[in-house]
Design a protein around this ligand. Sequence first.
Ligand SMILES: [Zn+2]
Length: 377
Amino acid sequence: MIFSRALIGALILSSACQPSGLGVAGGITADSLLARIQVLASDEFEGRAPGSVGEARTVTYLTDQFQQLGLAPGNPDGTFVQAVPLVGITPQESGGLDIVRGDEKLMLTPGADYVAHTKRVVEEVELDGELVFVGYGAVAPEYAWDDFKGVDVNGKVLLMLVNDPPGPEIFGGRAMTYYGRWTYKFEIAAARGAAGVLVIHETGPAGYPWEVIGSNPYGEQFDLVTEDRNMGRAQIEGWIQRPAVARLFRMAGFDFEEAKRAATQRDFQPIALGLTARTTVVNKLRMVNSHNVVARLEGTEAPDETIIFVAHWDHLGADTSLLGDQIFNGAKDNASGTAGLLEIASAFTRTGLPGRSVLFLAVTAEEQGLLGSRYYT
Ligand SMILES: [Zn+2]
């Protein structure tokens, strides 16, 4: 997705500068892009899940294509493929999430009401913490914005609105800044010592429907294998449906819509809901070796200056519990970007070498939180 914008930018730039002749985009056609998309998004590639047979086929295809185009290996050790060690974490069926106030109890159903995972590399996590609504969870000094206002949320379970605070002049207007991404929300929760974090799902501001999150609550999640086995992250990370949040706000004697409105203002204060959230997550763990594919074109004038084109090759794989079609082919997300990466490489080889070096980076595990990119940097 990030890549598509770069591709359009490159195409626009080249057509503006070079109305005739090949230009940088020269030779890239709808047909040439489509041919590559058809390979990457074919059933044979099984939806390109990290660690799957589909990954092996994808990595081989990309390496072959870069080689055929005459590109050099992009890794300092002279290889095209960079191993990215991941851990696959599969949550086992859970009893649900209990929201407790005195002897009142609201029981939420996994998949329908919420999805909760742990990225800690452990077999079991027990969550027991007080719920605090922290608005968008944004701490952005450049916008003079702080949703926490110094409130200690150590050991708490945070509820955060999806996306970033609205406003024409801050947080990029209608464009989403990093503060709006769920990866940021999980990071800030961990940095503040929270026990858990649940992003409140609303389809409009999220940009995708609940099914993307909720249809497979026990699906395998990937993460990088870090030295601390991810113990620095919040115990529980997840999403919760807006109607469930409205219910628990009512249970606490608050109005969700009102709280949401308050969260659009700079002077918003976190709201301790007086509710306790409890759940247990049991995991099955497996180590997975995934891969980034890296190729390079040496610049002719300034080889030490490098421009990177990046696209993630992975998608969601397959779900064998589905009847009928089980493969998420991911033609748009992100076979299209990956095809674009190859086509741009191909165009450079046709139109002559660039002044600066160009690195083509096809990264893994974007769907799981930009893991391949994070590992590369
Ligand atoms: Zn994607």
